[in-house]
Design a protein around this ligand. Structure first.
Ligand code: FUB
Length: 305
C-alpha cells in the first residue's frame, strides 16, 4: 500500500496533459514505441526509447521511458524506467525495446552494446510493476547481434523472441526463464520479409500473425513500414505490402507496434515532426489501424490528430 501511495505521488509529479494530436509526447524526445495493455489494468502502456538531443554518437541513447493513459489524451510519463548505467554488461546505445507480461511479472527486453565488444546484445529486465523499476537480469543467450528485440507471448503462453538488424530478421522460441532461446527453433526470416531492415514486431489479428517491420526500398532511406502474415508465429510468412510509406517530416528511421485498446487498433510509430526533421530527435506518433475485409492492413497516412 505504501508503495502504491508513493507511486501515485510520483505519477502526480510526472502527470502531463497533451492534446490528442501527433506527436503524442512533446516534453521529451521518444522513439521505437512498444504499446501494451496488461491483464487486470485498464491503462494503455507505451514503452519508448529516449532520444537525447546532441548525443551525437549515432543514436547514442542511454535509457527508456514508460507512459500510460486511459483516454489517449492525458498521458502519465512514469519517467526513466531503466538506464544504461544500471546494466552492468552494457556500454552504450540503448536502442529499441519491448515489454511483456509473463507469469505474473513485467519484463523489459532491449538492446545495448556489450562493454568491450561493441556489438548489440538483447538484455532482459524484470519488475513487479508495469512502470518498473526494472532490474537487469543479463542478456539472452543464443542471440548474436541482438538488435531491436520484440518479445511476443502467444495466447497459449509460449514466449517468442524476434530481433533484426542490418537487413536481417530472426526469431526463436524462448526457454521458460526467458534467458535463452531454444536453438532448435531458431529461424532466419530474412528471405520471407521483403525489404526488411530491423525492428520486427508481431501482433495477432483474427488468428493470424502479423509481422510488421521497418524496411528500405529500394535500399533507400528513410525507412517505410511493411508487413507480412503467417499462420504460426515462426512462419512461414507471406509478404504483404508497405503500410506506412514515406511522409513529410519523418525521421530516417521508423519503428513501432500495434495494440488493441477499448475496441480500436492503434499503430504507434515515430517521426521527426517535433524536431523539424532531425533524424536523431524523434517523437512517438499514434494513428488508428484498420483492416479491409481480407485482413489486409489499410495504409496509414500520419495524421495531425
Ligand atoms: O532508436 C535507435 C534505433 O533506430 C532503433 O533500434 C532502430 O529500430 C531505429 O529506430
Amino acid at each position: 500500500r505504501k508503495r502504491e501511495i508513493i507511486s501515485y505521488l510520483i505519477m502526480g509529479l510526472f502527470m502531463i496533459t497533451t492534446h490528442a494530436q501527433n506527436p503524442i509526447f512533446t516534453h521529451v524526445f521518444t522513439a521505437d514505441p512498444s504499446p501494451h495493455v496488461w491483464p487486470n489494468d485498464d491503462r494503455l502502456w507505451v514503452y519508448t526509447s529516449h532520444d537525447e538531443p546532441g548525443s551525437n554518437n549515432h543514436y547514442g541513447m542511454t535509457g527508456y521511458h514508460a507512459f500510460s493513459t486511459t483516454d489517449l489524451v492525458n498521458w502519465t510519463d512514469h519517467g526513466r524506467i531503466l538506464h544504461l548505467e544500471n546494466v552492468e554488461w552494457a556500454e552504450s546505445h540503448a536502442w529499441a525495446m519491448d515489454a511483456a507480461y509473463y507469469r505474473g511479472k513485467y519484463y523489459l527486453i532491449y538492446c545495448m552494446k556489450e562493454a568491450g565488444i561493441g556489438l548489440f546484445r538483447t538484455g532482459i529486465a524484470r519488475s513487479d510493476f508495469p512502470e518498473g523499476p526494472f532490474t537487469d537480469l543479463g542478456y539472452v543467450k543464443g542471440v548474436e547481434f541482438g538488435q531491436d528485440p520484440a518479445l511476443f507471448i502467444d495466447d497459449d503462453g509460449t514466449p517468442y523472441l524476434f530481433w533484426g538488424h542490418d537487413r536481417k530478421c530472426f526469431a526463436a522460441e524462448l526457454n521458460e526463464d526467458l534467458m535463452s532461446i531454444k536453438p532448435e527453433t531458431y529461424i532466419d526470416l530474412t528471405s520471407q520479409l521483403t525489404h526488411v531492415f530491423e525492428g520486427p514486431w508481431v501482433h495477432k489479428y483474427q488468428g493470424k500473425y502479423y509481422l510488421t517491420y521497418p524496411g528500405l526500398t529500394p535500399r533507400r532511406w528513410p525507412e517505410k513500414m511493411f508487413y507480412a502474415v503467417a499462420d504460426k508465429p515462426l512462419g512461414p510468412y507471406e509478404f504483404k505490402d508497405v503500410f506506412i510509406d514515406d511522409f513529410e517530416g519523418q525521421s530516417g528511421t521508423n519503428h513501432g507496434g500495434t495494440v488493441t485498446y477499448k475496441g480500436k487498433d492503434i499503430m504507434f510509430y515515430h517521426s521527426a515532426w517535433l524536431s523539424g526533421g532531425l533524424s536523431e530527435t524523434r517523437s512517438v506518433m499514434a494513428d488508428y489501424l484498420e483492416y479491409d475485409k481480407n485482413g489486409d492492413i489499410i495504409p496509414i497516412v500520419p495524421s495531425k490528430k
